[in-house]
Ligand binder design. Structure first.
Ligand code: GLN
Length: 444
């Protein structure tokens, strides 16, 4: 049925850069064989899933939606892929995204834009737009994305599904092509919270190959699937309901919160005073890290190479041809912020702000168990509507602070505004994925 859905909707939606049907059929046959032999199979066995195309898959093209990696076939699997393989997974495709995960609409893909299944004139969000659209359109039952500043939660909100960004370090980044290494996390897109817990069970855990991976016990997240929020302390950060939030979005969240309150949760307003500085700090830190991470695409080790008169000419042509405008913009911004004379004024200042943002969260989490906020300030916008990069960056105000602080967050559907899905964000303490899953499940 996933293939049938893809045959029907892919020409309109364009979720995939690469479909992997043959691989999927082989994996499904292996599951069948196990069943025939009477062997036990994992909870995800045989369930079609998709991976964002910045997650390395051995023998399968991994492009990051960039022309510079258009023909790159990794020689190894990301740790999450190995873990999914141990869960008898079935991979149906690699999904479209903004080039190197830089963007919020999937319009920055070096190949084509993906469309929102709810309204094909609108964006699916981004950067993991193809993963979100594939799940919403029924082309995959689950998908993985990566979230550096909101790229799982925001597209999940726009496409009306569940998206979870784990605590930084909860899921291994080994084999995730780096955008901003201190912020990137892999996480699931699913249709409901139960599936979210199942996929997180499969991918979470310590990995010696990722030095930032946390060495802590992974709970069974399905144990959090209980309809109980009695006594749960919910904080509503007032800065996230301020001007700039579409009124219908704020209303839908308030309604959902009222429902949780009726179920026995305690709700109070809280303040995260440095919220307004998070966005500018992110747009210095992320490009700074990106400018360094993307230095490796020089036409020598792998990926696209343009012919040149000498090595410098070859570098220049390769990178000019291979990278799109947004990627180039970020490399320039990041290089500038890191250059001597500007480092203290920009990069170092941004790191100081990052600490203040983290302290805001530490303070409120003395008093509350979870925070609830909009995932994005508006519902999905029209393709081409936010052509000004700054306007696009502003879509990330509600998601970026969590990445700066390393916290887990889940976006779940909480109603509609003018026919388009609204996402509610539930934010947890470090490693409290089970708490946000429990809150989400109670509301669902
Ligand atoms: N929209 C943000 C950016 O452009 C977030 C992207 C992401 O999380 N990968 O950087």
């Amino acid at each position: 049925t996933a293939f049938a859905r893809t045959d029907a909707v892919e020409p309109k939606i364009h979720s995939y850069i690469t479909e992997t049907r043959e691989q999927a059929l082989n994996q499904a046959a292996a599951v069948d064989a196990k069943l025939t032999k009477g062997e036990t199979i994992a909870p995800l066995a045989g369930i079609p899933g998709a991976l964002k195309d910045n997650i390395c898959t051995k023998g399968i093209k991994t492009t990051c939606a960039s022309k510079i990696l258009a023909n790159f076939v990794p020689p190894y699997d990301a740790t999450v892929v190995e873990k999914l393989a141990a869960n008898d997974f079935v991979l149906v495709g690699k999904t479209n995204c903004d080039e190197f995960a830089m963007g919020g609409s999937t319009e920055n893909s070096g190949f084509f834009a993906t469309r929102n299944p709810w309204d094909t004139d609108r964006v699916p969000g981004g950067s993991s737009g193809g993963s979100a659209s594939a799940v919403s359109a029924g082309q995959a039952i689950w998908a993985l994305g990566s979230d550096t500043g909101g790229s799982i939660r925001q597209p999940a909100a726009y496409c009306g599904n569940v998206g979870l960004k784990p605590t930084y370090g909860r899921v291994s980044r080994y084999g995730l092509v780096a955008y901003a290494s201190s912020l990137d996390q892999i996480g699931p897109f699913t249709r409901d919270v139960t599936d979210c817990a199942l996929v997180l069970n499969a991918i979470a855990g310590h990995d010696a190959k990722d030095s930032t991976s946390i060495n802590a016990q992974v709970p069974d997240y399905t144990k959090a699937l209980v309809k109980d929020v009695k006594g749960l302390k919910i904080g509503l950060p007032q800065e996230y309901f301020a001007a700039g939030i579409q009124p219908e979005v704020a209303e839908a969240i308030q309604k959902a919160v009222a429902q949780l309150k009726a179920m026995g949760a305690e709700v109070k307003e809280v303040s995260l005073p440095h919220t307004q500085y998070a966005l500018p700090a992110y747009y210095l830190i992320a490009p700074a890290e990106a400018s360094s991470n993307l230095g490796r695409y020089d036409g020598v080790g792998f990926g696209h190479r343009a012919p040149g008169n000498d090595i410098i000419d070859m570098y220049k042509k390769t990178r000019s041809e291979g990278f799109g405008d947004e990627v180039k913009r970020r490399i320039m911004l990041g290089t500038y912020a890191l250059s001597s004379g500007y480092y203290d004024a920009y990069y170092l200042k941004a790191l100081q702000v990052r600490t203040l943002v983290k302290q805001d969260f530490d303070n409120v989490f003395q008093d509350v168990d979870v925070l609830i906020a909009p995932t994005a300030p508006t519902t999905a916008f029209k393709i081409g509507e936010l052509s000004d990069p700054l306007a696009m960056y502003l879509q990330d105000v509600c998601t970026i602070p969590l990445n700066l602080a390393g916290l887990p967050g889940i976006s779940i559907p909480c109603g509609f505004a003018q026919g388009l899905p609204v996402g509610m964000q539930i934010i947890g303490k470090p490693l409290a994925e089970a708490t946000i899953i429990q809150t989400a499940y109670a509301f669902e």
